[in-house]
Ligand binder design. Structure first.
Ligand code: CTP
Ligand code: MG
Length: 171
């Protein structure tokens, strides 16, 4: 069976396409980043633009880890399009995560305070939108299945990160 990554209509294609986004989203916590992306700037509501949870080091580590994941998948699957997919998915994941923090700050939620669904799916939604803009297509069924898998894995990864004392809160 040939896998056509431009039209993602099987779970296996979906998992391969979204894996770099998952890695990009999980990796920043390892960076121990200190330089905030928003340069400590405040928005017109007097609150931080993004907050201390979004750092340049984390962004670079996330993009690098996600891109390497795409590279490894490309080698394993012998499919060079997976390099492009890895870069796009990682970029989308980081953009989604940053937009989510912007929204959380506007909702007066402090850094690390939970925002159910937004916390779990921001990277997934970001990755899907960037891939879509680049011409990739997903069936609705695959989008829903991947959303559930992404959400559950995100919850699991954060509990593990908390137990390993990498994160201050288990979400
Ligand atoms: N992180 C980072 N840079 C990023 C994204 C994440 O340094 N671009 C690190 C931060 O240490 C952050 C941790 O990874 O605290 C977990 O990420 P996340 O849960 O997305 O951040 P929160 O601290 O929960 O902040 P927010 O409320 O803004 O989501
Ligand atoms: Mg969080």
């Amino acid at each position: 069976m040939a896998l056509d990554y431009k039209v993602v209509d099987s779970v296996i294609e979906g998992l391969i396409v979204i894996l770099p986004a998952m890695v990009a989203n999980a990796a920043p916590v390892l960076s121990k980043g200190k330089k905030p992306i928003d340069f400590n700037k405040k928005f017109i509501d007097g609150r931080r633009l993004l907050g201390d949870g979004k750092t340049w080091e984390g962004l670079i580590v996330g993009l690098t880890a996600g891109t390497i994941t795409g590279l490894i998948l490309a080698l394993i699957m012998r499919e060079s399009i997976l390099i492009e997919i890895g870069i796009l998915a990682s970029l989308g994941a980081m953009i989604g995560d940053i937009i989510a923090s912007f929204i959380k700050r506007r909702l007066r939620l402090e850094r690390g305070e939970p925002a159910p669904i937004l916390d779990q799916l921001n990277f997934y939604i970001g990755a899907v939108i960037v891939l879509y803009i680049a011409g990739y297509r997903f069936t609705l069924a695959i989008l829903l299945i991947l959303a559930i898998i992404s959400g559950l894995l995100h919850i699991l990864a954060n509990i593990v990160a908390y137990k390993l004392k990498l994160k201050r809160v288990p979400w």
